[in-house]
Design a protein around this ligand. Sequence first.
Ligand code: KG4
Ligand code: ZN
Length: 337
Amino acid sequence: MEDKKYILAIESSCDETSVAVVSLENDLVSNVVASQILSHKRFGGVVPEVASRHHVEQIISCMEEAMTAASVTVEDLEAVAVTEGPGLVGALLIGISAAKAFAWANELPLIPVNHMAGHIYAASYVKPLEFPLMALLVSGGHTELVYMPEHGEYKIIGETRDDAAGEAYDKVGRVLGLEYPSGKEIDELAHQGNDTFNFPRAMIKEDNLDFSFSGLKSAFINTVHNAEQKNETLDRLDLAASFQASVVEVLTKKTLDACGEYPVKQLVVAGGVAANKGLRQGLTDAFTTSFPNVELIIPPLNLCGDNAGMIGAAALVEYKKNHLAGWDLNGNPGLSL
Ligand code: KG4
Ligand code: ZN
């Protein structure tokens, strides 16, 4: 390819092995995602050792496939980016080892990237990010409101005090007998039912920007177990719809509060749960009414879940700041923004 330069980005923090090629102008040229979900389903969650083993098996072919799909060779590359954390340490280490070996062998700089920053920067493929910016980050491990005054600067202004939203979806799904991860399926069931159970909306009236989903999860599980003891059958569609209505209402209310408190130019909704149709619709309706002058960006579904494209976009920001890693880069499972 001409004189254009590219970054090879690698993501392996959880259960997707992913490699992407991104141009220095932030064009996503290829984004290969090898999911391991089928292997984890029968255990009802991600098994760290199984995840690491899959990453080892997949990483080289994903790197080759991403470069072939982008029609780039090693000479076209400017740098290698990799997820440093947060995530499963064994899983992170596979991506980091591959990135280090490739970068060292080819004399390329290594860019360390925070996975959660990656989720936010997935939105930059939809529109250029403008600051100040608010991000609602909703994934399997995190539920956070993040205020960004500038590129690469993050201030967590609200977060969950217990379960993450995606985690609550997955736990409730298990009670309904659904396979892991169950967020997508509950979303589909919810659209066919009605909010009849009136589950709690935790912390919605409190004057802070924090979340709590464990009370909702317990209310849901108790409702199902009580009915089982009485040999009653509850409507699964209404259960799903009631659960989702509570999650969407709380996420929407707190996000609107955050944007009221911190005036911003854009709101980004990111992470696996940002794929939720109910949330996308509910938040868009409420937000465009309350904040018609703030631009709302929710990335397309393929960029909401874990993927290396988002890591490449966040890496460009770090690269411009000359934030590079040494050859001693280690996985950091608890890395914060
Ligand atoms: O961001 P992600 O792919 O991985 C993490 O970094 O955690 O998020 C995965 C989470 C899972 O909990 C999954 O159930 C949830 O995102 N999820 C959804 C939907 N699609 C995925 N939750 C609700 N509705 C969906 N449509
Ligand atoms: Zn993620």
